[in-house]
Design a binder for this molecule. Structure first.
Ligand SMILES: [Zn+2]
Length: 210
């Protein structure tokens, strides 16, 4: 367990977030022989091939042979800085006392200190260990941390960053299961943080991955 959390996160947020994950539509299943899509299920989106941004993530993740249920959701963050990459954030997080370094599982570059739309895979993903991107350890155990480089209180993500993020989300859903939910940091912990910023197009992402 991390000694110090990177960003604070309430248990209330975790409970709200995790609640629907285990919510089975028992009543519907009892009355209808064929299982129908419900409002709690995300839309089915097929990844376009060939993958432009997430090919390495797909290949690496496929080989990790991750059991279904290991991860419950993906949480979107911004870094709050227009500069940096996985290596510089790793150093910063270690300086803050995080023994496992980089708090996120993935970092998506904006073209300043890594290629625009380049997805960096963190050690936490390769080792399949908990994130450190929210304060709640309960949530860190099941939430994949996606961080886009930038401060989206001031600017928007680049088109390539967004395209890469969409592909990454689709890739993770395809490999880990369609119930992997997508939430923003502020949705996971309302009133506590503005991350990933007012210009982060959560609604746009949700059109594809609810
Ligand atoms: Zn955040």
């Amino acid at each position: 367990m991390e000694r110090r959390a990177f960003l604070s996160q309430g248990l209330v947020g975790a409970a709200v977030l995790l609640g629907p994950l285990t919510h089975a539509t028992a009543a519907a299943a009892a009355t209808t022989p064929a299982r129908r899509p419900t409002r709690t299920e995300p839309p089915a989106v097929r990844l376009k091939r060939p993958l432009r941004y997430a090919a390495t993530v797909h290949e690496v993740t496929r080989r990790l042979r991750i059991p279904r249920g290991r991860w419950h959701c993906m949480i979107c963050h911004h870094s709050g800085l227009n500069t940096g990459n996985a290596t510089t954030y790793d150093r910063a997080h270690r300086r803050r006392g995080m023994e496992n370094g980089l708090a996120y599982h993935f970092v998506i570059g904006n073209g300043v200190d890594s290629r625009d739309g380049h997805i960096e895979i963190g050690q936490r993903w390769l080792r399949q260990i908990n994130g450190g991107h929210v304060q709640s350890e309960q949530l860190n155990e099941v939430a994949i941390g996606l961080c886009l480089v930038g401060n989206f209180e001031q600017t928007r993500p680049t088109p390539r960053q967004l395209a890469a993020t969409l592909e990454l989300i689709g890739c993770l859903r395809e490999l880990l299961g369609p119930r992997l939910r997508l939430v923003s940091h502020t949705e996971a912990h309302p009133g506590h943080t503005r991350c990933p910023g007012r210009y982060f197009p959560m609604d746009h992402l949700r059109q594809f991955y609810g």
